[in-house]
Design a protein around this ligand. Structure first.
Ligand code: DAK
Length: 260
């Protein structure tokens, strides 16, 4: 894939996507969001890709927010268009039937923190810093931050971050459940790849259905969520991977999943 603001590579089913605007600390302008939409659409259609690692180029930032110079002149109409573009990207990531790991390698502010929140798992470097500083700019988070952050870390903690605009370091982000694990900066990508390899060795259809159950369940009450889980659990039994996974266990050998 060839992009202006992204770098892409794929090895053994694991795609790594870098947001690559290091001079602006990888801030998201509309062109970059469009490229991310294009990249995730193609990844969704590419049977070779089992999993995505999303990270930032350079050593300083994952994404330092939406591009402030591009946002400053927006009006109500173009602001809404920008928001809708962001929601299109968020939906693509969340509905992708493949896991997306955010490897947060520095600042994840505003839209950068929100982008990480759209991912399934967040790993951070020890120099990462998280925040929703939109109130400093006279706006509120517009890329789902008020919703996803509260769902992940609770309303009280989300309110504090969003209303103060304060940043938290990686250790605090770990303590409040914003990230799953923290690594020395030089080890972050290798750690993300190791986790990706482990997930990629599992039944890909099951991993995708687990993602759907987790996502859909959080949007509804427990009774309906468990019913959704039951439907998806039942669907697993229509797959060759289920037969193979259980047969392999019974034969005491590693499973060879075909992703069907
Ligand atoms: N936008 C544009 N340029 C940015 C930027 C940003 N968000 N963040 C940094 N830069 C640029 C700086 O202007 C500077 O450019 P030059 O002056 O060199 O040309 C360069 O990156 C290096 O930044 P600094 O010189 O400021 O570096 P420092 O180490 O001193 O400070 C910093 C790093 C991250 C603390 C600082 O740059 C900073 O505070 N940046 C702004 C952070 C911020 O407020 N981010 C939130 C923006 S509001 C949506 C998507 C997203 C959003 C809403 C909707 N849709 C798609 C629906 C979210 C809104 C936001 O993210």
């Amino acid at each position: 894939m060839d992009f202006e603001n992204l770098l892409y590579n794929c090895n053994e089913g694991i795609a790594t996507l870098y947001i690559n605007r290091p001079k602006a600390l990888n801030a998201l302008n509309a062109a970059t969001i469009r490229e991310l939409i294009s990249a995730f659409t193609r990844i969704g259609a590419d049977a070779e890709v089992k999993l995505v690692i999303l990270t930032g180029s350079g050593e300083k930032a994952f994404v330092a927010g939406a591009d402030i110079s591009e946002m400053q002149p927006l009006d109500a109409i173009t602001g809404r268009q920008f928001a809708l573009l962001g929601h299109q990207l968020a939906a693509l990531i969340e509905e992708l039937p493949k896991p997306v790991i955010a490897a947060v390698n520095g600042f994840a502010l505003g839209g950068g923190c929100e982008l990480a929140l759209c991912c399934d798992i967040r790993l951070a470097s020890d120099n990462a810093r998280f925040g929703q500083p939109e109130v400093n700019l006279g706006v509120i988070p517009g890329f789902g931050g008020t919703q996803r952050l509260a769902r992940l870390i609770g309303k009280g903690r989300a309110s504090e971050l969003i209303m103060t605009g304060d940043m938290v370091d990686a250790a605090e982000a770990y303590r409040i459940g914003l990230v799953n694990k923290v690594y020395p900066a030089a080890e972050l990508l290798a750690a993300a790849q190791k986790m990706a390899q482990k997930i990629a060795s599992k039944g890909p259809v099951a991993v995708g259905l687990a993602k759907a159950a987790l996502r859909d369940g959080l949007e509804t009450d427990l009774t309906r969520a468990c019913a959704r889980e039951a439907d998806l659990f039942g669907l697993c039994f229509a797959t060759a991977d289920q037969k193979e996974g259980m047969q392999a266990f019974l034969e005491k050998r590693p499973a060879q999943f075909a992703g069907k």
